[in-house]
Write a protein that binds this ligand. Sequence first.
Ligand code: SUD
Ligand code: ADP
Length: 293
Amino acid sequence: MPHPDLEAPADLLVETAYAKVNVALHVRRRRDDGYHALESLFVFADHGDRLEGEADDEGAIDLVIDGPFATALDAGPRNLVMRAAKALQDYLGTERGARLRLTKMLPVASGIGGGSADAAATLRLLVRLWDVRVEPAELAALALDLGSDVPACVASVTQIVSGRGEELARHGVAGLEGRPMLMVNPGVAVSTAAVFAGWDRQDRGPLSADSIERLVTQGRNDLEEPAIALAPAIADVLAMLNGQAGLTLARMSGSGATCFALFDDDVAMGRAAAAIGADRPEWWTMETRIRSA
Ligand SMILES: C[C@@](CO)(OP(=O)(O)O)[C@H](O)COP(=O)(O)OP(=O)(O)OC[C@H]1O[C@@H](n2ccc(N)nc2=O)[C@H](O)[C@@H]1O
Ligand SMILES: Nc1ncnc2c1ncn2[C@@H]1O[C@H](COP(=O)(O)OP(=O)(O)O)[C@@H](O)[C@H]1O
């Protein structure tokens, strides 16, 4: 029988805010509204931040944050969890509230959409907690208002994402889901807007994501170069990952600075994580696998 303290109370709901990884990120053009038109294969890790919540019948939204990266954030109205909760409350015109706890496991402003995933997890959790039905198109519109990556994070499954982040198409790639994935961050936060501003405006062509081989040989992250210009440690992470045995692909995710590597098997990933941890103990690493739907 489980220990009683380990059992969550029946009225407490839990969601995982899965880390996002851009296996390839092709920037095609700068749009008139200042955003960039992208083509990207998004996958999600099997790990992420943890969000729990229970109903508050007074209608208040309250957030506490704990976990390894809690100090990088405050729990005020600009937090994406708070913004998502308020946006849903306003949309529904509901009197219901929630007491939320975010356990921040993912580094902040690091190209793996931690804040976006938190916002999406908040929407999922509150829809369950308040027992409401929101049309998928309405939820997607609320999500896009919170950030370009939030619509894709709502389902958190492998997708081709284009436009600013609002055009989503589920997309399987044989052999990708379930694959061991190591994520490494050198501890520098980079601003997404600053990285996009450094893009050289050269369209290097569309994305083909029909096989892992194509993703490896023809896929790119067009933001790697401007991100490395702002945070040279990213080049050290990529060099270290590329030097590991049993590796299929190493690349930066999003606007950085987190990089990921796909491995042939768990043993190869474990050896790489141990070697990197021994050499650069100050870097953040996470051993995970690509989430399946
Ligand atoms: C680059 C990507 C790729 O998945 O990931 P991250 O690095 O954030 O993880 C995303 O497109 C980021 O999405 P997100 O972090 O939600 O960005 P937003 O808050 O919407 O935008 C922040 C700023 O980035 C720039 N931006 C963002 C998205 C986009 N398609 N074009 C842009 O130029 C804009 O300057 C915008 O003001
Ligand atoms: N709950 C949250 N978690 C992470 N970042 C948040 C959160 N709420 C607001 N932010 C802000 O959102 C920005 C982007 O965060 P995040 O989604 O983690 O970055 P990225 O998508 O680049 O990995 C950060 O500058 C951060 O200060």
